[in-house]
Design a protein around this ligand. Structure first.
Ligand code: GLU
Length: 486
């Protein structure tokens, strides 16, 4: 735990997206880090929608972000906070700063500010605006619109003790007196963030390092209000596999796109957690492990690179390790998200029976569904061209020889193996030689779960019916091959 935290200070983290689009994979990771940090410490994880930019914020974007978080399984405490709705409170704090002498009214017009900058440029001075109103006598105040500016320190340094970046020092003479309240009475974003984080009791601000410079200005606001500065952890952004800044050409950027591609959310969480954070050599881990292990020290300083192979590999492990009922539930959510038809009751039951073998070696839900074709499809099974090749006359004859024996076999893996092995042996064939025709008959495919698993999952009647269908009405048991019988 960070040194400044006592047992009495519960951890409060937050995710503060701007609702201007979908939940970006980088935002998803930021949310995950905040969630893991809070949940691993019995703390709170809050959600704040930074919707002050009225022109760019939309309710659709907010809904998409919430959906993305829900899919990722990142539950937040309480209701999401709307930053816009808190504008009065932000303005109140600006006036409080004014009253404390930590801020001042600035009556400079845009033209005056421009003129200041031009003159500064011409004289080779810093173009950071220095307001003439900073120390002005209120008796000289005109009856004109004004903004409230922070009376930021002009000398010395503002240091961010960042948990990821280390101490980051900003020279105060390079930070201007930022506007906190505009002349129309609306708060600026920079003020709003600090007031909200303070009021929400946020103890740890974990966010992208594109906000590092903001942290310096925000720290000055905390200091002006004599509020505790939260622990900052600015995490490097995600890069594409080529090491370049992540962009559309690297593939999917929206969290929901990953859902629609059929990645399981546990795998996605595991992968995103590893994207920029590590715990020894651990690659595959559960949520419980991630919560127990996650800390700010394990976050790397270099940008993490997207690696789809690794994502798939972890997703495959999570599907294999998943609980059958939970997988079925998530599979159905995937079908809905991907706009595919919902399962029928029969298909659902078949999947529930077969999940134990379907979940092996499927990296995504589409792969799992492909393996599940034999439970999703109905008789007569339409064999694809490759599978159909396995159903030659000889094979069909062997299948018809199998059915009476299956009729009386007990329906266990051992018994089924014994029956099939017996028939194969009669024809001088290895068990493997019968797998092709059986796969074709039972699933119409060449890549399927084991034939015995398929038989166990669909049951005796359906197995026999499918074998009969494949054998055809006139199929006859072929002559045993010479020398086959001992
Ligand atoms: N709304 C900001 C963003 O979406 C985040 C601000 C913050 O985390 O402090 O980038």
């Amino acid at each position: 735990m960070p040194a400044d935290l006592s047992v009495d200070t519960p951890v409060v983290t937050r995710f503060a997206p701007s609702p201007t689009g979908y939940l970006h994979i980088g935002g998803g990771r930021t949310a995950l880090f905040n969630w893991l940090y809070a949940r691993g410490r019995g703390g709170k994880f809050l959600l704040r929608i930074e919707d002050t930019d009225r022109a760019r914020s939309t309710p659709e974007a907010t809904a998409a972000i919430l959906r993305g978080l829900e899919w990722l399984g990142l539950d937040w405490d309480g209701e999401p906070v709307s930053q816009f709705e808190r504008a009065d409170r932000h303005a109140e704090v600006a006036r409080d700063m004014l009253a404390r002498g930590a801020a001042y009214k600035c009556f400079s017009t845009q033209e005056e500010i421009e003129a200041f900058r031009e003159a500064a440029r011409a004289e080779g001075r810093s173009t950071l605006f220095q307001s003439p109103w900073r120390d002005a006598d209120p008796a000289t105040f005109p009856d004109a619109p004004y903004v409230i500016r922070l009376k930021a320190p002009r000398t010395g340094e503002t240091v961010i003790a960042d948990e990821v970046q280390g101490d980051v020092t900003f020279r105060n003479d390079q930070l201007d007196d930022m506007v906190c309240l505009r002349s129309d009475g609306t708060p600026t974003y920079m003020l709003a963030v600090v007031v909200d984080d303070h009021d929400m009791g946020v103890t740890h601000v974990i966010r992208g390092d594109d906000h590092l410079t903001n942290a310096a200005r925000q720290t000055q606001v905390y200091q002006a209000m004599e509020w505790d500065v939260p622990v900052f952890a600015h995490i490097p952004l995600i890069h594409g596999p080529d090491g370049k800044k992540l962009s559309k050409r690297h593939g999917a950027l929206g969290v929901e796109e990953y859902q629609a591609m059929g990645y399981p959310s546990a795998g996605m969480r595991n992968y995103l957690a590893r994207l920029g954070w590590s715990h020894g050599d651990d690659e595959f881990f559960t949520d419980a492990q991630a919560k127990a292990w996650f800390d700010l020290k394990g976050i790397g300083r270099a940008p993490a690179r997207l690696d789809f192979k690794k994502l798939e590999n972890l997703c495959g492990q999570h599907i294999a390790a998943g609980e059958d009922a939970a997988l079925l539930h998530e599979l159905e959510a995937y079908l809905a998200a991907a706009g595919k038809p919902a399962l029928t009751q029969g298909q659902r039951e078949g999947l529930a029976r077969g999940m134990y073998c379907l979940k092996e070696r499927a990296k995504t839900f589409p792969e799992l569904l492909e393996k599940a074709h034999f439970v999703l499809t109905d008789r007569p099974i339409d064999a694809d061209p490759k599978a159909a090749k396995a159903l030659d006359t000889v094979s069909r004859g062997i299948l018809s020889e199998l059915t009476p024996q299956l009729q009386s076999a007990s329906w266990t893996r051992d018994a089924l193996e014994a029956v099939v092995a017996g028939v194969a042996e009669t024809h001088g064939l290895g068990l493997g030689k019968l797998a092709g025709p059986l796969r074709a008959a039972l699933a119409g495919r060449t890549v399927t779960p084991s034939v015995f698993d398929m038989m166990l999952v669909i049951g005796r009647d359906e197995t026999i019916a499918r074998l009969d269908d494949a054998a055809g009405p006139n199929a006859e048991a072929p002559e045993a091959q010479p020398g086959a019988r001992a």
